[in-house]
Design a protein around this ligand. Sequence first.
Ligand code: NI
Length: 136
Amino acid sequence: MKVTVSRKAHFNAAHRLYRKDWSPQQNDDIFGKCNNPNFHGHNYELIVSVTGEIDIVTGYVIDMKILKEIIKSEVEDAFDHKNLNLDVPDFENLNPTAENIAVVIYNKIKPKLKSVFDLEITLYETPRNFVTYPAK
Ligand code: NI
């Protein structure tokens, strides 16, 4: 019997959306306020969902203490109170959109889980705007 278990987490981070190979006007046209050269912040809300069989001995899919530690080491310690463009090597050449942040988070957490588990990342950039990876 497969069950999905989820844990919420949170981080604050700054970013700027722009392409180095575009003119200031092109960047303004596409990214608008998110292209502010002095950066701006978001309160990101993260939901990490793991799907797998219930372990017959423990009754758990995954021990939430373990999931909590993975999220802390891979996401919170790496992103919280950071400037994603300047402080996080993953975004040195990757626009830190919510879409790309979700994919980066997935790629950091997935290798830390047993390969039998399915992983889904939901990332809220604002209370109204959120992305899910992998796509349904
Ligand atoms: Ni933004």
